[in-house]
Design a protein around this ligand. Sequence first.
Ligand code: SAM
Length: 309
Amino acid sequence: MSEPKHTPVLLNESIDHLNLRAGKTIVDCTLGLGGHSEEILKKIGKNGKLIAFEQDEENLKLAKKRLKKYEKQITYVHENFENLRSQISELGLDLVDGILFDLGLSSPHVDDAQRGFSFKNDGPLDMRFDKRQKLTAEQVVNKTKEKDLADIIFHYGEDRKSRIIARKIVEARKQKPIKTTSELAELIKSTIRSRSKLHPATQTFQALRIYVNRELEVLELALDQAINLLKPKGRLVIISYHSLEDRIVKKKFRYYTQDCICPKELPVCQCNFQKKLYILTKKPIIPTGIEATTNPRARSAKMRVCERI
Ligand SMILES: C[S@@+](CC[C@H](N)C(=O)[O-])C[C@H]1O[C@@H](n2cnc3c(N)ncnc32)[C@H](O)[C@@H]1O
């Protein structure tokens, strides 16, 4: 089998916005196959440091191989980025110069049927980024109560057909457990009539993936930590791939640009909250037409950037 590949999204734009200089300390929270990290390493030079988080062991191995010549400058952290602050302080660091999040899936996740993220190739319903974790998509599909399953599909897939889909899943699993991506995709396809070009299972698959990996919850937690880990003028760059993630990023940025978070009824400020950020992207940066055509994964990408005051 050929070596897995991933084309980094918004590469030049993200690297430019990190404002990299020789000797800086940068955190890549989503190393993947190391595409963004490699460019960061070129810019920060021999005296620069990179701390790279990746919770997927297979991607971590591939990235280590790719970045071998920079190994002295890199600290790899095989952890969820929700533990950003504690991991950084374990390394004896206080603040850093820049942080990058390039969220979600890498190409090998989609291309390798055994990872169970995609219904394009048949594989086990897995969907875990981190195989040390116990919960899989198969367990969610076969064990979750109908109402909870509908809520997951509605909230994380934004699918208005969530109730019908959940009902059909529960009916089908009474006959026999749903074990593969194709079984689930076919079941949904036979349930939902749709004129959209999207496969009717797309949103359910997104929902299950987000739920299994607690993607929105960990993003929220990590953003607070990231903002507080930046040195003055340090940059935070976030590339997201669906509206649920982008909404969290936008809201968090807005929160930290306030001068006061007291309830409106209070006549005088008592919170002592201080604005921590400048937002550098009033509107998100999106891929150029060329990038979107040559790299389909980039099509839904949105990049937001802020700078620590
Ligand atoms: C879009 S890919 C990053 C690709 C990378 N920028 C590159 O150029 O190769 C996202 C990566 O982040 C990892 N990831 C996703 N959520 C994570 C989390 N909460 N903690 C650590 N790694 C995570 C995924 O396993 C995946 O490898």
